[in-house]
Design a protein around this ligand. Sequence first.
Ligand code: SF4
Length: 342
Amino acid sequence: MSKVVKVGKVLVGGGNPVTIQSMTNTKTVDIEQTVQQIKMLQDAGCDIVRVAVPDFESARAIKLIKEQINIPLVADIHFDHRLAIEAIKNGADKIRINPGNIGEDWKIEELSKVAKEFQIPIRVGSNVGSLRKEFESKYDRATALAESALHEVYLLEKFEFYDIVVSVKSSDVIETIKANEYIAQKIIYPIHIGITEAGTYDTSIIKSSVGIGHLLLRKIGDTIRVSIAGDPIKEVYAARKLLVSLHLRKGGQVIACPTCARTEFDVEQVARSIEPIVEGTNLVVAVMGCVVNGIGEGRHADIGIAGTKDGAVIFEKGQIIKTVKRESICEELLNLIKKSHL
Ligand code: SF4
């Protein structure tokens, strides 16, 4: 089991529940927009949020942002360790550095001293863009990625800094899996997992589910980010669904049949319209296009609906409790979901 690292009030590692992370895509210096997006991310289920800190103004903005939020904030730093120090002094709860681009060891030492003084963890966040040259020629890319992160971890340990989280990410699923399996054998620190630059929504969902899912099932990973090009709120929804489907987080699920020639109503539309409500419960709700297979296939659901010639039947644990007209399917189903959730 990994060591526990405290990010603000959130515990990461040591068998604590796997947390969800995301990152704002507003300009960090735009305090109002950034705070608004952070609150939306938190409402969606995000546990830890990260902001980019490209300059000193952004580092100083952290102080004002922190005054208006109650979720741990991570400062994402590239190239200049002084930005990390400034972010810590302005209240960042964790620092993420890309070891490949911070430079000389004394900079890491200086940063680690301030992080230690403020009791702020550091994530060594390596990706294939930050491979150390000596490892690149010696190992395959996955191993080079892991060894590059380990090099930085050993450096922090040399400076007696142990409040560490590690991530090794590639946009390639297999490479990410191999790098994480490798590093998990070598460290006791919590691991942040995800497929980096995973692409647009559809592609990312598949790559992230395979990569993150595989690792979590192998008990590797303490905190996750599903990286999606675009709206970060979608990252959080996807991460939640992923954790719920792996039974690592409680949450409702809609199961829906794939539809066929027997389908009696618009299954996709009904499933989509109830999904936001169901996800806030612990119920499994089945939306099935017909009674021929629907009730049997959906019998393990808490509540279900199956299409008939005239409308649909609603069932609970496989037992029909009501028939409803086609036009009132959504309304009746939502009423029952709300009643069952009370
Ligand atoms: S539940 Fe009925 S409509 Fe849906 S796929 Fe199965 S047979 Fe077809």
